[in-house]
Design a binder for this molecule. Structure first.
Ligand code: NOJ
Length: 763
């Protein structure tokens, strides 16, 4: 009875507030960005009134995100999540998908809780939902922003048809250490390119209006500097100067805010002594105050609790206090907001106003998605049946997989192969469905759907032309000593003896790249190389097809193989896409978004390094007092932006419209690119600049533009770029973001070693 009276009272108060809806509210800290295209005014009023009638417990429930048991992506699960939904103690669920499943959970929230606030469903839809596209690093190698946007669009269409509202993507951490397994999840080492890819993916996921049923919220992660982890070990310490943080690691996140990204995820790492999840500088000063981010911030998996292990707080309660007070809105699986926020508010350590701001940010997005109008609108079985793995989606996956492959070597035009070649297909990755789709493969099926290399080859040239043998076996936790099992070698050698040419599909298991998948060695794992050594003795041409998620050290392979194709983990249609390239039905056009070192000792290695005071002339082998190694050149094996084609391109006639840029006057740059080979093909034309003198030292080169162009054989295209003062800006000696007057060099070509150059000044 007593409870009912309280409930009635609460409603009465609520109705009073709704009637005073037009009164001024102090809750409107956030307003939806215009790009979200919702009716701010009305939503603001609705949210104000809703928050006014919510109890403290109901508000706290909105800050809680728990995993369902449908998928598990981290170290803990609360099996009572259904009960907690019904009790209004959890407002958001992840790792749940499927129209029926999500509808069932949604019903629990809507029908059992007092206010019926709908759940938000999130999931790691990273490179496809059911139709799996190449891993993000692979897609980035396409240098085709339209294709990347399309892949995210399709992922959003499929995910939203299975009840999802939110993806924990894009992952936009700049990564320059290939030991770090998560290199595979991002767009590589370059800041300019990283920003472009981040924006394309957000456009793809969020579409033009979140109200549309086929859009989902994007999440810029992991904020911030996660990729700068020491020694390439996951979750490890990050210590960076503010200049390096702002120059290299933050720009993609700023670009994400400018593109209207709805949510941010904090990273696991500490930054300069303060864990990212409790980092006021990152979350308040920069994200909210400097950049004006209006969406909500979620933690990574229990990263609030991990602040105890980091040693910045004594216990989970203090961790919750720190996180909410620096502006972390949602607790992913940490269960510390649910446990401690009420107490913290009662003790005056957290203000209810702060909680109101947090809840408002979350409710705004639930409104923007239309969940208050119809909580079940995303969980629609008919849409699910219609939209999953359609012909069109599969074709798009095949197309971008082809575009993402990078031809690293092709001696004497070994590829493309003619379709009547007898092939020995060797390697344990040649027929592994699971490894085709890579890590974070969403709801993609690990069996049946992914097309393997063997299947792709069979479809292309028939079974009778292929002799397949595994040769080696890989094991995720393989140590060097495990590499001695050669029991499969003979079978592989016998298969190779019957063939005209050997195709080796080798690289990494999908589980060797991604979260918690770091390596201290970048060679082909296990005894794959030993098998190649044996195969080489047969004196037949060998094509190495690489399936992997990070730069590898391939000096020996580069010398000994006839051709090398970097195929990454190419997704559901990977086997077909590889066969298309190998047999010439598609022409390779991918370029490396990361540098491939000669040896691990060169790491970190990236194209836009500083010159140093003692740079060594690249033509000089040894010069003891210069910046060099005794045992290797400084240069990488394959530079950033590198990739061959079956055809060749020649660059000429570099023309600048003017010899200077001012803050109101740009330069137009044009160059002729001729297809001088035997095939029609696509080229990624790249423009780099070098700022010769600055108030702080400047990199040897910086990418400032690229265009992927199709050129018919024998034809020439004029490719144009525009450079403005904005492109010349950097953090000067005072940490102001400015362009400094002075001389610049400009380079155009097919990779970051481009030699065709010109000069201009900034005045
Ligand atoms: C941990 C990962 O770091 C993050 O990327 C992912 O989104 C969450 N787990 C949720 O699965």
């Amino acid at each position: 009875m007593k409870n009912r009276v309280i409930l009635l009272l609460v409603f009465a108060v609520g109705i009073y507030f709704i009637s005073t809806i037009y009164s001024n509210s102090n809750l409107k800290e956030s307003n939806l960005p215009k790009s979200w295209k919702v009716n701010d005014e009305i939503i603001n009023l609705k949210i104000d009134s809703l928050i006014k009638i919510m109890t403290l417990d109901e508000k706290i429930g909105q800050t809680v995100l728990l995993t369902s048991t449908r998928d598990v992506t981290g170290p803990s699960v609360n099996k009572n999540y259904e009960r907690l939904i019904k009790e209004g103690k959890v407002g958001n669920i992840f790792n749940a998908y499927g129209a029926e499943f999500t509808k069932g959970l949604q019903k629990m929230a809507v029908e059992n809780t007092r206010l019926g606030i709908p759940l938000l469903f999130g999931y790691d839809v990273i490179h496809g939902h059911k139709t799996i596209f190449p891993i993000s690093l692979g897609e980035s190698a396409s240098f085709d922003l339209e294709a990347i946007e399309k892949s995210s669009r399709i992922a959003a269409i499929e995910a939203s048809s299975e009840g999802l509202h939110w993806t924990f993507a894009p992952m936009i951490d700049i990564a320059r250490d290939p030991r770090w397994g998560r290199v595979s999840e991002g767009s590589g080492e370059d800041v300019y390119y990283g920003c472009e890819v981040a924006k394309a993916r957000i456009r793809g996921f969020q579409g033009s209006d979140l109200k549309n049923i086929n859009t989902i919220l994007a999440c810029a992660k992991h904020y911030a500097a996660y990729g700068a982890t020491q020694a390439g070990r996951d979750y490890h310490t990050v210590d960076l100067s503010d200049r390096e943080l702002r120059t290299t690691y933050l720009p993609p996140f700023k670009a994400a805010v400018d593109q209207g990204v709805a949510t941010f995820m904090t990273s696991f790492n500490e930054l300069n002594g303060v864990p990212a999840t409790g980092n006021k500088y990152l979350l308040k000063d920069i994200l909210r105050n400097e950049w004006g981010f209006k969406g909500f911030v979620v933690t990574d998996y229990q990263s609030i609790n991990e602040m105890v292990a980091h040693g910045i707080v004594e216990n989970n309660k203090d961790a919750a206090e720190l996180a909410i007070n620096v502006g972390v809105d949602m607790d992913l699986q940490g269960e510390v907001y649910s446990k401690y926020l009420k107490e913290l508010i009662e003790e005056g350590k957290v203000s209810e106003d702060q909680l109101n701001i947090t809840v408002r940010r979350i409710l705004e997005l639930k409104y923007a998605l239309g969940l208050f109008e119809d909580p079940y609108r995303y969980s629609n079985i008919e849409r699910q049946e219609k939209n999953i793995m359609t012909e069109e989606h599969l074709e798009a996956a095949r197309d971008i997989a082809r575009k993402s492959m990078v031809l690293l070597k092709n001696n004497n035009n070994t590829m493309p192969l003619s379709k009547d070649t007898k092939i020995a297909l060797i390697g344990s990755l040649a027929n592994s469905e699971r490894d085709m789709i890579g890590s974070w493969s969403g709801a993609g099926k690990h069996k049946d759907d992914p097309v393997t290399v063997l299947e792709g080859f069979i479809e292309k040239i028939g079974k009778e032309n292929i002799f397949y043998a595994e040769g080696t076996k890989l094991n995720r936790y393989m140590r060097r000593t495990d590499a001695s099992n050669k029991s499969g070698f003979n079978e592989a050698i016998n298969a190779a003896k019957k063939a005209d040419i050997i195709v080796a599909a080798m690289g990494e298991l999908q589980s060797m790249s991604g979260e918690a998948s770091c390596r201290t060695d970048l060679d082909l794992p296990g005894n794959q190389k030993e098998l190649l050594v044996e195969l080489k003795k047969l004196n037949k041409p060998i094509i190495l097809i690489l399936l992997n998620g990070r730069p590898l050290t391939l000096e020996w392979e580069d010398q000994e193989m006839d051709a090398i194709l970097e195929a990454w983990f190419p997704g559901t249609m990977g086997g077909h896409a590889i066969a298309d390239i190998v047999f010439g039905d598609a022409i390779p056009s991918g370029k490396l978004p990361v540098t491939f070192p000669r040896s691990l000792g060169q790491v970190p290695i990236y194209y836009n390094m500083k010159n140093t005071g003692r740079p060594i002339d690249p033509n000089e082998k040894v010069n003891p007092y210069k910046s060099m190694y005794l045992d290797n050149p400084n240069s990488p094996l394959y530079p950033f932006g590198y990739g061959l084609s079956y055809t060749t391109f020649q660059y000429s006639n570099l023309v600048l419209s003017n010899d200077h840029i001012t803050n109101t006057k740009e330069i137009r740059v044009s160059v002729n690119v001729k297809n001088t080979g035997e095939y029609d093909g696509e080229e990624v034309v790249q423009l780099y600049i070098k700022d010769l003198v600055g108030s702080v030292t400047r990199p040897v080169r910086e990418l400032k533009g690229f265009q992927k162009v199709f050129i018919e054989k024998g034809k020439t295209k004029t490719v144009e770029f525009e450079l403005t003062g904005e492109d010349l800006k950097f953090y000067d000696i005072n940490m102001d973001y400015v362009a400094e007057p002075g001389d610049f060099k400009l380079f155009i070509g097919c990779n970051s070693n481009a030699t065709l150059s010109s000069e201009f000044t900034y005045q």
